[in-house]
Design a protein around this ligand. Sequence first.
Ligand code: SF4
Ligand code: SF4
Length: 95
Amino acid sequence: MAGLRYLENVVTLQLDMGKCVGCGLCATVCPHAVLVVNHREARISDRDACIECGACMRNCPTEALTVKAGVGCASAIIHSWLTGEEPSCDCGGSC
Ligand code: SF4
Ligand code: SF4
């Protein structure tokens, strides 16, 4: 599903640059190339491509990354693709 995009500006991914040590693990594990690391510094290159899988957060050794994995609009949309049901994340918007 690489290259697919979801709603804009709903992703919960956050990067605390003050905690990043530039190890590169987040960029290695991210399935959608949301994160890039250059000169030992991570940055979010394509926030709206994030599927909130949580892999970056789980692998970051310094807790520089946070994301509400498995909740929110992106998760609801993925669930609807898999089940054929209408997406619902209870955010009050329309997924
Ligand atoms: S939550 Fe998943 S898709 Fe989003 S940036 Fe982290 S590893 Fe990539
Ligand atoms: S895994 Fe964490 S510490 Fe390593 S580059 Fe990514 S954000 Fe920085």
